[in-house]
Every structure is written in structure tokens, then in C-alpha cells.
Design a protein around this ligand. Structure first.
Ligand code: SF4
Ligand code: SF4
Length: 458
């Protein structure tokens, strides 16, 4: 491995041939400043956080808990601990539905006492970035930090698996239309993101951190520039990438920022890079600088169906309906409630579900939101005309039209040969398809069938 040239990055935004330009519609949720929501009367906190076994509850119904107190211990080392996001009394420990998951998961329900009294068990650690990497990773797991980009992958485990990887790439390039929570985080708390970047770098044992934002995030870019200057740490740099979708995909961002390709079937660490989201970095800083574990996250609440779209820092487990109310309530009869962005998000059946760490955005979508943004794929499906638009759009260099045939015929050999496992389910092919073919849906089903086949063979 060479030295600094191995970790050089290109400060000029690259212009990828792949991807699509989607209407951004982010500005409407960045007009108002970040709202720090008061603790809600009731929270329902999922103990199933990302991949891996759910945490084991350490509280029982009737027990009083303080805000930030552990309520779930990880089933395995390296998985995150779960914390009470408000102070109050536990009313239920039972399986419940939460936003974004179709099946009930173990949850702890807490009725708030209204005092927001903090658990005194964690203290700030001003000398944290000088500590050994394994010690920092233990702290990150104890803090309950997980990938806040949406995947909820346990941060400490990801760091441990890739320990010593030279480049840390912080993803602030949220490329989905409508979502602006990372933009708002950087605008208002760039210093916290930068502090988190240094802590993550220490926990990884890396050499350099590149923080990526998009060309159209001008306020965030300026704030980040000043925060990096103020930190005076030459290991930190900012990179600006195209606004094309899906520039914020992990592999796509590595390609754009570092000019490196993650090998098929490999991991970013194989290309010398580890990616984390900027909000994850901020959560790490919150723990070591303020002694605050992961009890909240920023959620973009937007769409033509809410009166005052904005970003809200909300306690984990807050009902979606409360977040809608904090954004002024419903207006104009929304036709669909979506968690996440319009390209990769999921429709919610009800606003009574509690948010999780993965809830980065809620869109109360009206008819005008659904027109031309990729939200609505319900146009009448027609035969493929082999125009090739999906091939051009695909950021993973796949042949979606060929994959479609393989998926429709359920041919596992062809699906594998055509690389369905490399599909990131971004929906760019659906977006451009003039025949309204729901390609991504077929590929998701094809991947699931392959996984089932592997399990049965194994
Ligand atoms: S974009 Fe749609 S119609 Fe065109 S080649 Fe791909 S699947 Fe066929
Ligand atoms: S094939 Fe997969 S990766 Fe390629 S554009 Fe379609 S959804 Fe995205």
C-alpha cells in the first residue's frame, strides 16, 4: 500500500454517465430552522435495530426509567445497546409494528413523566479521540450508535470489521428527492459532524476522512468548510459530488469521490474505504462530547400534504402522527404516506406507527408530489421496447432489461450471471422506463429467491 497517494481524492465533482436527474423538492423542508421536538407523551422503541438479533429487554412493565437509560442489552458483542428516549414508566414490553417493518418486533413502550430527567450513567469524555480504537468502538456500541443513513448497520461492528482501513468516507450526499435531514444537520451542526469524523477516524485507525456533500448543498458546504478549518485537522477534507441520483449510494460515492471501484461481491474496505453517514458521525460525537447515547435523530417531514415542511430532531419511538403535527399537520389530502425518499422509501399504512433510527424522512405525498418524481410507478405497464434507457441509468453497470427476463422466468443461473446481487435497488431503471415496468420490484424478488435457494442448498 502506498502512502498518501493511495488515499488521494479528486476535489472536482465527477460527472457520471449513469444515474438520473430527479426533481429535488428539498427546498421546501429547509426554509425553517431545525426544530428540536419536546419529548412526546409516549414512545415505542424497537429492540430490533438493524441486522442481527434484537436486543434483550432489561426493563419490565411498571418500571420507571430515565431518559438515556439502557433498556435493552445487545444479544451479541458489537451490536448496539438500546436506550430510553424519554423519562417515564414502562407500560409494555411486547412485539409491535414500527415504521418501515412489515412484521411486529420486540418493543419497549414508555409513557413519559414529562420531566425529561436524564440518566446520569454516561459522562462526557473530552479525551476520547486519544483512546485506543477498540475502547472507542466499545463506547460506540454502548452508546447504541447505528448507521443513520437508513441501513441501521451497527456502527461499532462495521468499524471493527474494517479496522485499519485508510479512508473514512462520510456520506452527506443525500441524493433522494425531498430528504434534507443531513443537509440540515451539516448546516446547523457542522462542528459536531467534524468532531464525530475525528472520533470515527480514531475508532477505525484510519488515515484520512473525506466528507462528501452535493453540489446543490451550498449552505452546508460553507458550514462544513468553516468547521473543518476550525478543527485544523489536515486529515479531514470535503468533497463535492454531483446532484444526480443515486450519487449517495455507497459504491457510487466511492467511485465519485475516490475514483475506486468496489469489486463485485466485495466490500468498500476492499477498496480501502469505510463509509458512514454524517448523522452517524454526529451521534458518535454526541456520546463522547455530551454523554448522550442515541435517543433521537433528525427527520425530514415534508410533501405537499403537510402544512409546514421542516426538519425535526425527534426522540426515537415518537409516533409518526406527532411528527406530522409538529410540521403543521395534514393539508390537501395526502394520497400516500412514505417513509424514506420517493425512490427507495416504503409506504406506511398508518401514521400511528413509531419512528425508528431508520426514519430519515416522512413524505405526506399529494397528487402533485406523485407526478414525475418516481414516487408513483402505477402507470399501465407495457412491453419492453428495448430502448436501453434502463441500461444507461443503472449505476451498477447492470443490464436491467436482461435481468428482467431472468427474474420473470425465475432463472437463478441467469440472475447470478447477470449480477442481480449487485443491484442496489435504487429504482433509477424504473424511473426512466417508458414502458412503466416495475423493474426494481422484480430484482428485489429475484434476489430474495436466490437467497432462499442458497439457504436451501446450504
Ligand atoms: S427502459 Fe424499460 S422499455 Fe427500455 S429497455 Fe429498459 S425495460 Fe425495456
Ligand atoms: S438494476 Fe438495480 S442498481 Fe440498476 S438501476 Fe435498476 S434498481 Fe438501480
Amino acid at each position: 500500500m502506498a502512502g498518501d497517494d493511495r488515499i488521494a481524492y479528486d476535489p472536482q465533482p465527477r460527472r457520471p454517465a449513469w444515474g438520473v436527474r430527479v426533481p429535488r423538492r428539498k427546498a421546501r423542508s429547509t426554509q425553517l430552522p431545525l426544530l428540536v421536538a419536546p419529548p412526546p407523551p409516549v414512545v415505542c422503541i424497537s429492540l430490533a435495530q438493524g441486522p442481527g438479533a434484537p436486543a434483550r429487554p432489561t426493563v419490565a412493565a411498571g418500571q420507571r426509567v430515565l431518559c438515556g437509560e439502557p433498556i435493552g442489552e445487545p444479544a451479541e458483542a458489537g451490536l448496539p445497546r438500546v436506550h430510553a428516549s424519554i423519562s417515564g414508566r414502562v407500560t409494555h414490553v411486547e412485539p409491535r409494528l414500527v415504521a418501515g417493518l412489515g412484521v411486529p418486533v420486540p418493543c419497549v413502550v414508555i409513557r413519559g413523566a414529562g420531566d425529561d430527567e436524564r440518566w446520569p450513567g454516561y459522562a462526557p469524555d473530552p479525551a476520547a479521540d486519544g483512546r485506543p480504537s477498540p475502547e472507542l468502538r466499545d463506547g460506540i456500541a454502548a452508546a447504541g450508535v447505528l448507521g443513520l443513513g437508513g441501513a441501521l448497520f451497527p456502527t461499532a461492528r462495521k468499524l471493527a470489521t474494517a479496522a485499519g482501513t485508510p479512508v473514512l468516507l462520510l456520506n452527506g450526499a443525500e441524493c433522494e428527492p425531498y430528504i434534507s435531514c443531513d443537509d440540515m444537520l451539516i448546516r446547523e451542526r457542522a462542528d459536531v459532524v467534524v468532531a464525530g469524523a475525528r472520533l470515527l477516524l480514531a475508532a477505525l485507525g484510519g488515515l484520512r476522512c473525506v466528507i462528501a456533500v452535493k453540489t446543490d448543498m451550498s449552505e452546508a458546504r460553507v458550514a462544513l468548510y468553516h468547521a473543518i478549518q476550525a478543527a485544523g485537522d489536515p486529515r479531514l477534507v470535503q468533497s463535492v459530488v454531483t446532484g444526480k441520483y443515486p450519487a449517495g449510494g455507497e459504491r457510487q460515492l466511492i467511485e465519485l469521490v475516490l475514483g475506486r471501484e468496489v469489486p463485485a461481491g466485495g466490500h468498500p474496505a476492499d477498496a480501502g474505504v469505510l463509509c458512514h453517514n454524517v448523522a452517524t458521525a454526529a451521534a458518535v460525537a454526541d456520546f463522547f462530547q455530551r454523554g448522550q447515547p442515541l435517543i433521537s435523530r433528525i427527520v425530514t417531514v415534508t410533501g405537499g400534504g403537510v402544512a409546514r415542511p421542516r426538519n425535526i430532531e425527534a426522540r426515537i419511538g415518537t409516533p409518526v402522527a406527532e411528527l406530522i403535527a409538529l410540521a403543521g399537520g395534514y393539508q390537501d389530502e395526502p394520497r400516500r404516506l412514505i417513509m424514506g425518499g420517493p425512490m427507495m422509501g416504503v409506504a406506511l399504512a398508518t401514521d400511528e406507527l413509531p419512528m425508528t433510527g431508520a426514519t430519515n424522512c416522512l413524505i405526506a405525498a399529494t397528487g402533485s408530489d406523485l407526478d414525475g418524481t418516481g414516487v408513483d410507478h402505477s402507470g399501465a405497464e407495457m412491453p419492453c421496447i428495448r430502448c436501453g434507457d434502463c441500461v444507461e441509468a443503472c449505476p451498477a453497470s447492470l443490464l436491467p432489461l436482461e435481468l428482467l427476463t431472468a427474474a420473470r422466468t425465475g432463472n437463478p443461473g441467469e440472475l447470478t450471471r447477470l449480477g442481480v446481487a449487485e443491484c442496489i435497488e435504487c429504482g433509477a431503471c424504473d424511473y426512466v422506463c417508458p414502458s412503466h415496468i416495475p423493474l426494481t420490484r422484480h430484482f428485489i424478488a429475484g434476489k430474495a429467491a436466490l437467497r432462499r435457494g442458497h439457504r436451501e442448498d446450504g
